[in-house]
Design a protein around this ligand. Structure first.
Ligand SMILES: NC(=O)c1ccc[n+]([C@@H]2O[C@H](COP(=O)([O-])OP(=O)(O)OC[C@H]3O[C@@H](n4cnc5c(N)ncnc54)[C@H](OP(=O)(O)O)[C@@H]3O)[C@@H](O)[C@H]2O)c1
Length: 258
C-alpha cells in the first residue's frame, strides 16, 4: 500500500483520468476528496469508490466556491498530502473562427484555475506533500484547432517549474503528468462529434502513436500514483509523458512506417 493513511484532493475526480486515479489512490490506502461539476456523476463516483471517497460539487473557475470547498475538504480530511489538479476541458479554438470568450474560458479552466487550485489548497497542504498537475502532449506538439488548449498545457509545465521553486523550501514536490490520447469521456464531450467519429479518431490516432493504441485512464493513474507517492521522493519539477511514445518518437507509429 503506497498511500496508506494519506489524504488526497483530486479535481475532476468524477470522470476519466481523475476517477481512475481516485480509485487507484484508495486501493493504495488513501482517503480522497473528489470535486466535479456534475452532481450525478459525482454521486455515482462516490458510490463506486466507497467510504474512503468524499464528493464536493465545485465549478473550478469560481474563486469564492473554490476557497470555500477546499476549506470544507480540509475540515473533513485534515491536512492534505496530495493534490492532483486534473480538471480540464479540451476547447476547440481554430485560427480564423475563435471567439475571445471561448479562448478565455479554456485558459481560465485549464491554466488559471490550475494555479489557484494549488494556491487555495496550500493552507491545507502538509510540508513534504506532492502536487501533480495534469498537462498534455498537446503542450508540446502542435495540433490544428487547439491553440488555447496547447497554450494552457505548455503553461501548466511552466507553472509546475516555478511552483516547484516556490515550494521546495517546504519540501513540497510539484510535477506534471502529460498524457497522450487517453480513452475517457473527454472525446465525446464535443456534442457535434458522433460515436462513429470518435471511433474513427481512435483508429486514426492509433496509427500515429508508436505503441499503436490510445492509453487507458488507469495507465495515466499509475503514473500519477508514482509522482504522488514516496517512490518519486527525489523528483521535482518534471513533466512525465505517458503517451505511448508519441512525443519521444513522433514518427514511430504505423502511419510513418508505410
Ligand atoms: N483524455 C485525454 O486524451 C487527455 C490527454 C491529455 C490530457 N488530458 C487531461 O486530463 C484531464 C482530465 O481529462 P479526462 O480525459 O479525464 O476528461 P473528462 O473525463 O472529460 O474529465 C474532465 C474532468 O474535469 C472536470 N471539469 C472540467 N471543467 C471543469 C470546471 N469548469 N469546473 C470543475 N470541473 C471541471 C469534469 O467535471 P464534470 O464532468 O463534472 O464537468 C471532469 O471531472 C484534463 O486536464 C485533460 O486536459 C486528457
Amino acid at each position: 500500500m503506497r498511500l496508506q493513511g494519506k489524504k488526497a484532493l483530486i479535481t475532476g475526480g468524477n470522470s476519466g483520468i481523475g476517477l481512475a486515479t481516485a480509485k487507484l489512490f484508495i486501493d493504495e490506502g488513501a482517503e480522497v476528496a473528489i470535486t466535479g461539476r456534475n452532481q450525478q456523476t459525482l454521486d455515482e463516483a462516490v458510490a463506486f469508490l466507497g467510504h474512503k471517497a468524499h464528493g464536493f460539487r465545485l465549478e473550478i473557475t469560481d474563486s469564492g466556491a473554490r476557497k470555500q470547498v477546499f476549506q470544507q475538504i480540509s475540515g473533513k480530511l485534515g491536512k492534505l498530502d496530495i493534490v492532483f489538479a486534473n480538471a480540464g476541458v479540451p476547447g476547440n479554438t481554430p485560427a480564423g473562427s475563435t471567439s475571445e470568450d471561448l479562448f478565455r474560458q479554456v485558459i481560465d479552466t485549464n491554466l488559471t484555475s490550475v494555479f489557484f487550485t494549488v494556491e487555495d489548497s496550500l493552507p491545507y497542504v502538509q510540508d513534504g506533500a506532492s502536487i501533480v498537475l495534469n498537462g498534455s502532449v498537446i503542450g508540446t506538439l502542435g495540433q490544428p484547432g487547439y491553440a488555447a488548449y496547447a497554450a494552457t498545457k505548455a503553461g501548466v509545465r511552466a507553472l509546475a517549474r516555478s511552483l516547484a521553486a516556490d515550494l521546495s523550501p517546504r519540501g513540497i514536490r510539484v510535477n506534471v503528468v502529460a498524457p497522450g490520447a487517453t480513452k475517457t469521456p473527454i472525446w465525446s464531450r464535443n456534442a457535434s462529434r458522433s460515436e462513429e467519429q470518435v471511433s474513427g479518431l481512435e483508429a486514426q490516432l492509433s496509427r500515429i502513436i508508436p505503441l499503436g493504441r490510445m492509453g487507458e485512464a488507469e495507465e495515466i493513474a499509475k503514473a500519477v500514483l508514482f509522482l504522488a507517492s514516496d517512490d518519486s521522493s527525489y523528483i521535482q519539477g518534471v513533466e512525465l509523458f505517458v503517451d505511448g511514445g508519441l512525443t519521444g518518437t513522433p514518427f514511430g507509429g504505423a502511419a510513418s512506417r508505410g
